[in-house]
Design a protein around this ligand. Sequence first.
Ligand code: G6P
Ligand code: MG
Length: 217
Amino acid sequence: PITACLFDLDGVLVDTAKYHYIAWKRLAGELGFEFTEQDNERLKGVSRMASLDILLEIGGLSPDEETKQDLAAKKNAWYVEYISSMDASEILPGALEFIQSLKERGIKVALGSASKNAMLILNNTGLTPYFDAIIDGTKTQQAKPDPEVFTLGARELGVPPESCVVFEDAEAGVEAAIRAGMRCVGIGSPETLGRANLVISSLEGFTVDRLLGLQET
Ligand code: G6P
Ligand code: MG
């Protein structure tokens, strides 16, 4: 049976993708090249340093390791500044309602995010108390598509992977869920998330009964 749900953060529960985008774009601007919304798609679900590598590749730059650390720190300082004024109004439509309905039905809830800023976001939006386990970028060694973040989440909840459903908006995250031996609901477009058991456009109107229907898949 399905007894737990594991949620990605950025793009699933909160709309932080726009802040990541503005910060990366600002960095590219300082380095002297354009960074488009389309380029930004490649960074979704990808860790901070891996995102920087993609950005630098787009700009045709290859600085040394120390410079890279400085650039990543600079981007993060801007990003933290942007998200510091976030509040509950930036929770994506339907996300809070769905999490509340899971709690009412006794289904466990965990976070599985690559972000090292997850706690700041959860605290600013008031989401922290809803989670039975929180696994973020400060607790993992391997980035998605490695299953580590979800495997750790299930272990902390004390449930087997086959009882877990992952909610993800990134292709790397769907792959991580599959590798963890879990079912996955993709949030976004079927073109990129086609390997998920189900793809929906948002959590708005999504119900526990539809979730439990996945038990047949
Ligand atoms: C999530 C986001 C990525 C971000 C990564 C690391 O996976 O989708 O865009 O780069 O987290 O976030 P951080 O807050 O640690 O830089
Ligand atoms: Mg995401």
